[in-house]
Design a binder for this molecule. Structure first.
Ligand code: 13P
Length: 270
């Protein structure tokens, strides 16, 4: 059901991605995926693509379980090195993630931009490193509170998008997933209203159209992230330019995540 990495997918199937951040061990991952598989019946996957992003230490466990037990969710990574290989202590390369068959990799998360000082140049290098190994990046953009208060959020986010895609060719750009994550909404419980999120996601799609034309702009999945839960996912994915969500805190509990995925698929779980 999941297309091979590097292939543009159908926007009619929503994309729900659980970014576990620095939570859940290798051992926790086994129990989590079993619970998620039990909690989200196969029929939901016709309408929703479900992805989990464990820490690096648990990706191999996820791979083994998905392959051996035939689970329908896929998995990816939370970051990738901009470098191919060599003396970069602590880094993990695109080739290593490709060997583990990571379906996606997050690039440019605001926590990396903030705590690891990753600027647009580094984010662009990471986007290209992921694409070089056929792994679609989930490219995060988003504004802080001062930028939002100054009403500069659209320009800020579209500039981040443009910088991150420098020297990316249209065929590759069509496989990129863009995630709008306003920094003020991450882990704060303060979710952007659906129309606020739609406004920025539509502007990001317009920018993709300017850079690559309408075919690419129409193919790229644009997600919203920031305090998404089962209570608000329905209204978020109902917006025209929002194709799914990137979820932090609410993805840590497999029951809540299964519920959220079911709602995104247009159904519900008891
Ligand atoms: P929360 O869902 O915890 O706000 O985190 C969002 C996020 O940063 C996902 O990448």
């Amino acid at each position: 059901m999941t297309p091979p990495a590097g292939t543009a997918t159908n926007r009619s199937r929503r994309l729900i991605v659980g970014n576990w951040k620095m939570n859940l061990t290798h051992a926790d991952t086994v129990g989590y995926l079993q619970k998620l598989a039990r909690g989200l019946p196969a029929r939901y996957y016709h309408n929703v693509e479900v992805v989990v992003l464990p820490p690096f230490t648990a990706i191999r466990s996820a791979q083994t379980m998905v392959l051996s037990d035939g689970f329908m969710m896929t998995y990816g990574a939370q970051d990738v090195s901009q470098h191919e290989s060599g003396a970069y202590t602590g880094e993990v390369s695109g080739a290593m993630l490709a060997e583990l068959r990571c379906r996606y990799v997050v690039v440019g998360h605001s926590e990396r931009r903030q705590h690891h000082h990753e600027d647009d140049t580094v984010v662009n290098a990471k986007v290209r490193a992921a694409l070089a190994h056929g792994i679609p990046p989930i490219l995060c953009v988003g504004e802080g509170l001062e930028v939002r208060d100054a009403d500069s959020h659209i320009g800020h986010c579209t500039a981040q998008l443009t910088a991150a895609l420098e020297k990316v060719i249209p065929e590759e750009a069509a496989t990129v997933v863009v995630a709008y994550e306003p920094v003020w909404a991450i882990g704060t419980g303060r979710v952007a209203g659906p129309s606020e999120a739609q406004e920025v996601c539509a502007a990001l799609r317009t920018t993709l159209g300017e850079l690559y034309g309408q075919t690419v702009a129409g193919a790229v999945r644009v997600l919203y992230g920031g305090s998404v839960k089962s209570d608000n996912i329905g209204e978020i994915v109902a917006e025209r330019d929002i194709d799914g969500a990137l979820i932090g805190g609410a993805s840590i509990d497999p029951d809540e995540f299964a519920k959220l995925c079911a709602i995104a698929a247009g159904g519900s779980l008891r």
